[in-house]
Design a protein around this ligand. Structure first.
Ligand SMILES: Nc1ncnc2c1ncn2[C@@H]1O[C@H](COP(=O)(O)OP(=O)(O)O)[C@@H](O)[C@H]1O
Ligand SMILES: O=C(O)C1=C[C@@H](OP(=O)(O)O)[C@@H](O)[C@H](O)C1
Ligand SMILES: [Mg+2]
Length: 176
């Protein structure tokens, strides 16, 4: 399948995990915007939030996304907040096929509970935070996405197969 694939969705949706597996099967190069930011700065995402704050992290994220979308034949897992900036949404729409990975809050919570590198969820009530983020961002994920894929009740291997079929249908539809 030709072109770039960009994954969006909330924390715990599986963007990093699914993106890496999809890239391997599709013979594309995998990137993750958070990993790229960590490689460029030499520190973890949580440390950037702590020292510089969220807005400066968002500047770094836009810069990394702007560089990566220019590449060809990549799969890019974005961070959950990448869609907040219109500039990022335009970059993603222009340079590839955007896939929104969607899952119920319960699943997102279970998948992120023990990971300390998601600063936005280090609160007394991570469920309430995820619900608020869902309400704010679901319209933005939908706006930017070519495809919406439900990841609940799905193991990653089955998900990749379903995703490949959905992508092939989408790309064929567009070509025809
Ligand atoms: N479909 C899935 N079913 C069960 N667990 C999943 C699924 N997708 C991802 N995970 C697990 O959830 C956690 C968060 O996944 P990750 O890929 O880091 O999400 P994101 O990058 O969207 O925040 C990881 O431990 C991953 O193994
Ligand atoms: O939703 C967000 O605003 C964020 C999601 C994280 O990425 P994942 O969605 O891969 O966890 C990471 O970019 C940062 O902690 C902020
Ligand atoms: Mg990720």
């Amino acid at each position: 399948m030709a072109g770039n694939f960009f994954l969006v969705g909330l924390m715990g949706a599986g963007k990093t995990t699914v993106g890496r597996a999809l890239a391997r099967r599709a013979g594309k190069t995998f990137y993750d915007s958070d990993h790229e930011i960590e490689a460029r700065t030499g520190v973890r995402v949580a440390t950037i939030f702590e020292i510089e704050g969220e807005e400066r992290f968002r500047d770094r994220e836009t810069s990394v996304i702007g560089d990566l979308v220019k590449l060809n034949d990549i799969v890019l897992a974005t961070g959950g907040g990448a869609v907040l900036r219109q500039e990022n949404r335009q970059l993603l729409r222009r340079h590839g096929t955007v896939i929104y990975l969607r899952a119920p809050i319960d699943d997102l919570l279970a998948r992120t509970l023990h990971d300390k590198n998601r600063p936005l969820l280090q609160t007394a009530d991570p469920r309430a935070k995820l619900e608020a983020l869902f309400n704010e961002r679901d319209p933005l994920y939908r706006e930017v996405a070519d495809l919406v894929i439900d990841t609940s009740q799905q193991n990653v291997n089955q998900l990749i197969i379903d995703l490949e079929h959905a992508l092939a249908d989408h790309l064929n539809g567009r070509a025809g």
